[in-house]
Structures are given as C-alpha cells and as structure tokens.
Design a protein around this ligand. Structure first.
Ligand code: HEM
Ligand code: HEM
Length: 187
C-alpha cells in the first residue's frame, strides 16, 4: 500500500520500469522512423506490445491505490500542473501501444513478438511487397495518433523530469527520494 511517507515497492518498481521503457521506445521510435532503420521496427513493435501488459497492470494498480499524496502542501499552480502532467503521462502510456498496434495490425504490416506472429501481415495480391490495410481509415487513425500522442507525451515527460528536479534541487524536498523507494517520514 502507498503511504504518504513511503510508496510501496510495487508503485516504485512499476513507475521506473515503465518510465525506462517509454523513454527508450520513444528514442528508438523517433530515430528508426526519421533515419528509416528498418531492422529496428520489429524490435520496437515487439517490446512496445509486450510492455503494454505491464502498462495495464500499472494503470489498474494506480486506480486501486489512488495518486500518491503530495509530501507537503504545494503551491496551487504546482498542484494543478502536476495533476495535468500525471494524467497526460498515464493516458499517453496507454494510448501509445494501442495506436501502434492499430497502425501496424490494421495497416497490414502485422504484429509479432520477436518472430512469434500475433497479427498476420496482409499483402496486396497485385503488389506482394506492399502492405494492404484491413481498414485505411483505422490504420490512418493509428498512424496519426501514434505520432501526435508521441509528441504530447515527450513534452509531458520533459515537464515531468523538470518538475522532479525542481523539487529535488531547488525546493530540496523528498518527492524524488520517495519515488526512489525511501521512507521520508523523518523529513
Ligand atoms: C509502448 C509504447 C510505445 C512508444 C512510447 C512508442 C513510441 C514511438 C515514437 C516516439 C515513434 C516515432 C513517432 C512516429 O513516427 O509515430 C514511434 C514510431 C513507430 N512505432 Fe511506436 N511506440 C510504442 C509502441 C509501439 C507499438 C506497440 C507498435 C506496433 C505494434 C509501434 C509501432 C511503431 C511504428 C511502425 C513506428 C514507425 C512509424 C513510421 O515510420 O511512420 N509502436 N513509436
Ligand atoms: C528520469 C525520468 C523520471 C523521473 C526523475 C521521474 C520522477 C517522478 C517522481 C519524483 C514522481 C513522484 C511525484 C509525486 O510524488 O507527486 C513521479 C511520479 C509519476 N511519474 Fe515519473 N519520473 C520519470 C519518468 C517518468 C515517465 C517516462 C513517465 C511516464 C511516461 C512517468 C510517469 C509518472 C506518473 C504517472 C507519476 C504519478 C505517480 C505514479 O503513477 O506512480 N515518469 N515521477
């Protein structure tokens, strides 16, 4: 159970594992699509699909535990900003894998977990090297969604890290140390 002076091991572990994968997948996603590094696509898709399971567990855990209570009374603007950023982060982490699977699965490119096929590729009979979308509309929604949500999520992550560093370095409070698993009841 999360407590105001100490977060549970589950909350801490889920936060950092999902955070590292989201940051890693965002960097790989941007690099592979801008530089057209094709061998990274199946790796990005496999890890993104697998991490979706952990993301769902994290969301259920967070809903059951409620948000961690602030360690002290923050300024009103900080409370509002951190609520908006936390909601954007958690919603973005759910929507990124969903939009990615929509783009790849419905787009005819297929989804596989390191070679183990989940959704078959779908090819045009006349141009066998071209993927044929099952639905052009939904594949487009997935593709645009994945890109737009990626930029919103990356902006939220930058704000979030800046906020965590502000608490740690400028305010010198225990917000970051609590997320690192420490008991901060004495501070
Ligand atoms: C779990 C979290 C995920 C994150 C944070 C993430 C992040 C990103 C980012 C930042 C990009 C570059 C922006 C763009 O072109 O859309 C990207 C591209 C891409 N992602 Fe993901 N992704 C995730 C999951 C997935 C999944 C599950 C799939 C498919 C099964 C997928 C398939 C793709 C593909 C195919 C591209 C290249 C799009 C293009 O070339 O235009 N992603 N991803
Ligand atoms: C180096 C990167 C990161 C640092 C230093 C960091 C730090 C923190 C800290 C200190 C808190 C506690 C805030 C509080 O007590 O009010 C927190 C909470 C949170 N962080 Fe991060 N974080 C990082 C990356 C991420 C990423 C990449 C995501 C998601 C995409 C994320 C999502 C969240 C969410 C949703 C919360 C709310 C509490 C929870 O659900 O566990 N964080 N983070």
């Amino acid at each position: 159970m999360d407590q105001q002076h100490q977060l549970s091991k589950t909350s801490v572990a889920l936060h950092w594992i999902v955070a590292l994968f989201i940051i890693g997948l965002s960097i790989v996603g941007l690099v592979m699509s801008k530089k057209e590094i094709w061998f990274l696509y199946p790796i990005h898709k496999s890890i993104g699909t697998l991490i979706f399971a952990l993301i769902l567990i994290r969301v259920v855990w967070r809903v059951r535990q409620a948000w961690p209570k602030p360690i002290r009374q923050y300024a009103r603007y900080e409370q509002v900003l951190s609520k908006i950023v936390h909601w954007t982060l958690i919603t973005g982490t759910v929507l990124m894998p969903i939009s990615g699977m929509l783009m790849s699965g419905v787009g005819g490119h297929g989804i596989a977990l390191f070679g183990w096929e989940l959704v078959a590729e779908h090819h045009s009979p006349t141009q066998p090297d071209q993927a044929l979308p099952y639905s052009v509309f939904w594949a487009g929604v997935g593709e645009s969604g994945h890109e737009i949500i990626a930029y919103i999520l990356i902006a939220a992550i930058v704000l979030h890290i800046a906020g965590a560093l502000k608490h740690h370095i400028m305010d010198r409070d225990a917000t970051l140390r609590r997320m690192l698993g420490q008991d901060v009841s004495e501070q």
